[in-house]
Each structure stands twice: as structure tokens, then as C-alpha cells.
Design a protein around this ligand. Structure first.
Ligand code: NAD
Length: 430
């Protein structure tokens, strides 16, 4: 196997290898998972690279009549199991390599959920807050035109990500449809329900975090009624996860926003606190006592759900984490080095590619609804999501038990086995 990573890297090796970019992390995780599987070097090498990266120039007329030029990317990693799928972000830090790394994560995420999609990610290097609503619309429409040849409902289906929202998806659908000469809602997901968006898409990543937390707590004989939870980040993922977990009987003792955390050992009434999209930074806005975000991560709780940003559990604080279980709500909240330390300390970490995969799963439901021209009820969406998440969790649990590996390794093994099998079956053309 062409991997220099053993199955449990010692602390020193992991620390020296602390990842710097999403692409490096994605490649390390691929090598590590590949080393534990019967997978050919040819397939591993193919998965180490994106199938295609499209770079475009996006000229936009500003409201004052001047023209600014932005750079955009669409990285398409692997489509062996179906069309590419992944978000589009508008952010000043977007790079080609970041898009490639994130597109690899999307490949694994779709495969662990057994969705008939491969991974993609894209974006425009721009601070969306520097644009007016009209400028944002012109940028979105022109970017859609520039990448039109590589997207489509059977080719590559974008979705919202940092700095983009359901309105941007509606503009993409409209721009694409106008050029194609027919209405094609299946070209993007995360749209408003009025134009083919799915009910429950917004809540789905948080809901899946709650489902996976519930299943894992039961597995470790800690039913939710006896479980305390700390959630970092009270946005789309964190607030929906916290509210669902509280509804199912867990005691949510700490939540946070970018300015800090609140901690109430007897439990917080999370339903009464506005989420980030309802009122930004409302967690600390009305609080008397605010603790630093770093302290929330080190609380002595049963479950810690980092659901804000990446790289918050690092080599520097992994020894101080006191939770019995970590469920990753954000993408990449645990660094490679911290993962090794938590493993050594016997703290299980359920990975992002499983826990927050409810988002892409309901995106898949949206795509099905668009193709069939028939909307599902909220009850149907939630029932199907529940079934898909429990099926995926069971597939991962089975690898965890039979191979005695971590939850992250189990999830990667499930994903990579499916992708590798598909590559072997299809072969290399020509
Ligand atoms: P959001 O913008 O809705 O909320 C983010 C929350 O985190 C807010 O409460 C904000 O105040 C807080 N926050 C921001 N920066 C912080 C920091 N440095 N420290 C502590 N708190 C901070 O974001 P979201 O959509 O909930 O996404 C959260 C994470 O989940 C991201 O990593 C995202 O990539 C991932 N994710 C999101 C989705 C989705 O569909 N929304 C799906 C899968 C994964």
C-alpha cells in the first residue's frame, strides 16, 4: 500500500504532520483509510487527484457602473458513483486547493451515505458582504454562465455553502434554465420550496447530528435522557442539533456563538434562544455570564458537538477535552494530530462525513423531488432522513466492531470500499 501513515499514528508523528490545508488533510485521510483496505494503488492514486478543476474569470458590473473581475472555481473530484455534488461558497479565502480538498470530502460523504453522487466543491474569491444584493445577483448569474458547461442535473449539482444561500441557488437555477430553454430545478439543491426546494433541507445537517448522537449514545449505553451535551456554534447545524437533542430528552448545558458561550449545568432552554440566522450572536447578546469558546470545549459533559468552524480541537487542547464522546457537527473541527490524541485517550470521535451528512442527504431528496416533479411532505423527508442516517450509522458501526477501528476510520472504510468497488467494476476507459 502506498501510504506512510500507520493505522494509529503516534502522537509525535501526528503532531509533526499537523495538516495545513483541507487538501493535505483530505489526502492524509485517504492514505490512512487506504492503508486499512484491500484497494489497489491505481484506484488510490486516481482518488488522490480531482477529475477536473474549472477556473473561470467572472466580470461583474458594480452599482456605480465600474467593472470588477473575480476568480471562480469548480473542483470535480470523482463521479464513479454518479453526478458530482457539492457546495458553492463566496468567500475571500477560496482557493483552488481548498475546493479540491473539500470536493474529496464530498466524495466520501456521499459514499458513506450510499448516495448516487460523487464529490465537488466550488466558489468565488469574494467577500459577499462587500456586494450589494444586485451585485451578488449579477455575480451569481455570470458565474453560473461561466461554469454552465460543467454543471447540470445529471452532471454536477451545486448547493449552498459559506456566503451563499437559497436565493443564490434560485438565481443559479434561473440562469441555467434560461440558457437551456426549459425550467431545470434539478441543477441545484438548497433552493426555496417555491422553485423546487425541499422541506427540511435547512434543518437537515443539525437533525442528522442529533440522530447520530442519539444512536452513538445508545451504543455506549448512555440514553439521551441521561446525557449532557455542549454545542459549539448556534447556527444552522448547532441550533438544530441542540433543539432536536433537547426534544429527545438530552440536557443541553452549554451553547455558544462567535463571541463566547453560556453554561447552565441544569440545562438551557435552547428552543427559546434565536439561532444565528434568526438573530446573529443572540446566545451571548442577552447573557450576563459569558465564558470563552475554548472553555466550552473543555467542559466535563457526556457529549461535545463542535458545530461552528473547523480546526477547533487541536494538538493544543486535545489533552484537556473532558467529554466522553465527540460528534463533529462542523466540517473538520478536529485536526489530524488531535484525532490521534483523543484516540489515545479513549474518547470516540464520530466524524463529520457521517454526522452532518443529513444536509447532502436531503439535497439528494430535493434532486429526486425535482426530477419527479413531486414534492414530499415534511414528515416524508424526516422519515426518509431518519432511515438513511440509521442505515449509514449501522454500516459504520459494523466496520468499527469488526475491524476494531475508530469511528472516523470506520466511516472512511465504508466510503472508500464503495468507491473502490465502483472503480473496479467500471474499469478505466479507454
Ligand atoms: P452558521 O453560520 O449558521 O452558524 C455558525 C455559528 O458558529 C454561529 O453561531 C456563529 O456565531 C458561530 N461561530 C462562528 N465563528 C466561530 C468561532 N470562530 N468560534 C465559535 N463560534 C463561531 O453556520 P452553519 O451552517 O451552522 O455551519 C457550521 C459548520 O457546519 C461549518 O463548518 C459548516 O461547513 C458545517 N456544515 C454546514 C452545513 C449546512 O448545510 N449548513 C452542512 C454540513 C456542514
Amino acid at each position: 500500500m502506498s501510504s506512510d501513515l500507520s493505522s494509529e499514528p503516534p502522537r509525535a508523528q501526528a503532531a509533526a504532520n499537523e495538516p495545513e490545508t483541507a487538501l493535505e488533510t483530505a489526502r492524509r485521510q485517504l492514505a490512512r483509510a487506504g492503508s486499512q483496505l484491500e484497494i489497489t494503488d491505481d484506484v488510490l492514486e486516481r482518488l488522490n487527484h480531482p477529475a477536473k478543476v474549472t477556473e473561470v474569470t467572472v466580470p461583474v458590473e458594480r452599482d456605480d457602473g465600474s467593472v470588477d473581475v473575480f476568480t471562480g472555481y469548480r473542483a470535480q473530484h470523482d463521479s464513479v458513483r454518479g453526478p458530482y455534488k457539492g457546495g458553492l461558497r463566496f468567500h475571500p479565502d477560496v482557493t483552488r486547493d481548498e475546493c479540491v480538498g473539500l470536493s474529496m470530502w464530498m466524495t466520501w460523504k456521499c459514499a458513506v451515505m450510499d448516495l448516487p453522487f460523487g464529490g465537488a466543491k466550488g466558489g468565488v474569491v469574494v467577500d459577499p458582504k462587500s456586494l450589494s444584493e444586485d451585485e451578488r445577483e449579477r455575480l451569481t448569474r455570470r458565474f453560473t454562465q461561466e461554469i454552465r458547461d460543467v454543471i447540470g442535473p445529471t452532471r454536477d449539482i451545486p448547493a449552498p455553502d459559506m456566503g451563499t444561500d437559497s436565493q443564490a441557488m434560485a438565481w443559479i437555477m434561473d440562469a441555467y434554465s434560461m440558457q437551456q430553454g426549459e425550467t431545470i430545478p434539478g441543477v441545484v439543491t438548497g433552493k426555496p420550496p417555491a422553485v423546487g426546494g425541499s422541506y427540511g433541507r435547512e434543518e437537515a445537517p443539525g437533525r442528522s447530528v442529533a440522530i447520530i448522537t442519539r444512536e452513538t449514545c445508545e451504543y455506549y449505553d448512555s440514553p439521551l435522557e441521561d446525557t449532557t451535551v455542549a454545542v459549539q456554534g448556534f447556527g444552522s447545524v448547532g441550533a438544530n442539533a441542540a433543539r432536536q437533542l433537547e426534544e429527545w430528552g438530552a440536557t443541553v448545558v452549554a451553547i455558544s456563538d462567535v463571541n463566547g458561550a453560556i453554561y447552565e449545568p441544569d440545562g438551557i432552554d435552547v428552543a427559546s434562544i434565536p439561532a444565528h440566522n434568526e438573530e446573529p450572536e443572540a446566545v451571548t447578546g442577552n447573557a450576563d455570564d459569558v465564558m470563552p469558546n475554548e472553555e466550552l470545549l473543555e467542559l466535563d459533559v457526556d457529549v461535545l458537538v463542535p458545530a461552528a468552524v473547523g480546526n477547533v480541537i487541536t494538538e493544543a487542547n486535545a489533552d484537556d477535552i473532558q467529554a466522553d464522546l465527540v460528534v463533529e457537527g462542523a466540517n473538520g473541527p478536529t485536526t489530524f494530530a488531535a484525532d490521534a490524541i483523543l484516540a489515545e485517550r479513549g474518547i470516540p470521535v464520530v466524524p463529520d462525513i457521517l454526522a452532518n451528512a443529513g444536509g447532502v442527504t436531503v439535497s439528494y431528496f430535493e434532486w429526486l423531488q425535482d426530477i419527479n416533479r413531486r414534492a414530499w411532505s415534511p414528515e416524508e423527508v424526516n422519515a426518509e432522513l431518519e432511515a438513511e442516517m440509521v442505515t449509514a450509522w449501522n454500516a459504520v458501526r459494523s466496520e468499527v466492531e469488526s475491524r476494531d477501528v475508530s469511528w472516523r476510520d470506520g466511516a472512511y472504510i465504508v466510503a472508500l470500499s464503495r468507491i473502490s468497488e465502483a472503480h473496479e467494476a467500471r474499469g478505466l476507459w479507454p
